[in-house]
Design a binder for this molecule. Structure first.
Ligand code: G3P
Length: 221
């Protein structure tokens, strides 16, 4: 399963790339709007940490077909291995179909139903990104949508990967991991919550104290 970071914060990316195996970075307009930095400079900053081999996902803003294509080609020109994120709408699906003919890598995003994801996969999207927590927030079942979409893509041997996104707790991540999803993208907070545990800290402290009490030193030798 691929693990991507859903952030454009340079310190967060640095910190987690340093200690974990991360398969890419995803952003969206809200994430990028947190820093007042031109998109091409932000892409350069992220690339400096992750290298050009690491997939980077950047979203378009426009909703009209021609404008989506223009923005997508601009994003595509910024770097190798960049995925253009396009929300699944009528114009979005048309743009995905067109961009695939031009060899642009595409992630279909803002997906709330398995049928949206299926149509985006048929249009040629490399990834489809269902929003787990946002689905849960409207009394839906985010895990069920991701499960159904993953099953549909696997069943029809579509090459598109599911990139589950929008997580607000570790249980959602755990439930998604169990179904055999292709990839997930998570915030740095969620990433840290996956490895931090208070009982681990208590155990470490107890080992340390026992050692110190017995040998009077605070290192192994
Ligand atoms: O990047 C898109 C997706 O991750 C949105 O997540 O956390 O804003 O619901 P969130």
């Amino acid at each position: 399963m691929e693990l991507l970071l859903d952030t454009a914060n340079i310190q967060e990316i640095k910190e987690l790339y340093d200690c974990l195996v991360i398969d890419g970075v995803t952003t969206n307009p809200t994430i990028l709007a947190k820093d007042n930095i031109k998109l091409e400079n932000k892409v350069k900053e992220i690339t400096a940490i992750t290298t050009e081999h690491t997939p980077l996902h950047v979203q378009i803003i426009s909703q009209d077909f021609q404008e989506i294509i223009k923005e997508a080609l601009y994003i595509h020109s910024l770097r190798n291995n960049i995925y253009v994120k396009i929300p699944v709408t009528k114009d979005g699906l048309k743009a995905i179909k067109e961009l695939k003919k031009l060899g642009v890598k595409v992630t279909a995003t803002a997906i709330f139903t398995a049928t949206q994801g299926f149509l985006a996969a048929k249009a040629g999207a490399d990834y489809v990104a269902p929003y787990v927590n946002r689905i849960d927030n409207i009394s839906g079942d985010g895990v069920a949508v991701v499960t159904q979409l993953t099953q549909i893509l696997n069943q029809y041997h579509l090459p598109t990967k599911v990139l589950a996104a929008s997580f607000k707790n570790v249980q959602q991540i755990y439930d998604i991991m169990k179904i055999g999803v292709h990839s997930i993208t998570i915030s740095s907070d969620m990433c840290k919550a996956m490895y931090q545990h208070p009982s681990t800290d208590v155990s470490i402290l107890q080992f340390y104290r026992d050692w110190e009490e017995a040998f009077g030193i605070t290192s192994l030798k």
